[in-house]
Design a protein around this ligand. Structure first.
Ligand code: GLN
Length: 250
């Protein structure tokens, strides 16, 4: 299976390295025609406004949208997740073009500025169930987006509990307030919707390849299903042909 990695900007090399660790060669994608040769695509993290400008310059948006609409497997990490979202808030003035397809609203810099980047252990039940290994995954969040709302077709794969602003302020004011119950806001950080996978964090920056392996399996299943439906369609049309060739007795 040929897996492309959109290589305009951001952590595309790290995705290619993670795929290599799984024995898969990632193909760098920079031009519209290169999408014809791949079965699945990863859109990496980086800076979504810059990436969108480059994608626009290379006339990639129409083919990227077609790729998503054709039901081909696409995984967006961080800025890539923003690309795939149907709605993004917190965009730079003038907005930015999105590929869309993933029925959700993301907040582009949900966790704040670059300085608010962090790492945390996320509970990942779906990944642990399909890929084995520990029930948690090291989430690397770099000026990360958060998913605020999802549509009914979207499966939530991971969430993160953010201490609310009030609780952060109060705990920093006084040590004594530490024992007060901390109110938390849960934000969605990983989702799947049919052929689309989105993570707000960067699995390609960890040694744990389970998200990559999960995406490859998901892509494999989609490819198999579409092959089966092509074979079925061909079989049905052959049968139809044969039926039409038979003499009709009335
Ligand atoms: N690490 C990332 O991909 C950060 C994405 C960033 N918040 C953006 O708007 O593009």
């Amino acid at each position: 299976m040929a897996v492309g990695v959109l290589s305009l900007q951001g952590s595309f090399n790290e995705h290619i390295a993670a795929l290599r660790r799984l024995g898969v060669k990632g193909v760098e994608i920079r031009k519209p025609e290169q999408l014809q040769n791949i079965t699945a695509l990863i859109i990496p993290g980086g800076e979504s406004t810059t990436m969108a400008k480059l994608a626009e310059f290379h006339n990639l948006f129409p083919v990227l949208r077609d790729f998503v609409k054709m039901g081909k497997p696409v995984w967006g990490t961080c800025a890539g997740l923003i690309f795939l979202a149907n709605n993004a808030i917190g965009q730079k003035a003038g907005g930015q073009e999105l590929v869309g397809g993933l029925d959700c609203t993301v907040n582009r810099n949900f966790f704040g500025s670059q300085l608010q980047s962090f790492e945390t252990e996320l509970l990942v039940p779906e990944i642990a169930a399909k890929e084995g290994g520990p029930s948690t995954f090291r989430g690397v969040f770099i000026r990360a987006p958060g998913i605020l709302e999802v549509g009914p077709e979207v499966q939530v794969l991971a969430e993160y509990s953010v201490p609310s602003k009030n609780s952060t302020e109060s705990t920093s004011k006084s040590e004594n307030q530490m024992d007060k119950p901390v109110s938390e806001e849960r934000v969605i950080v990983a989702v799947k919707q049919g052929n689309l996978l989105g993570t707000a964090f960067h699995p390609e920056l960890t040694a744990d390849t389970r998200w990559h392996s999960y995406f490859l399996k998901m892509a494999g299943e989609i490819v198999e299903q579409s092959c089966n439906s092509i074979i079925k369609a061909e079989y049905l049309s052959d049968n139809q042909q044969q039926k039409n060739d038979l003499p009709i007795f009335q």
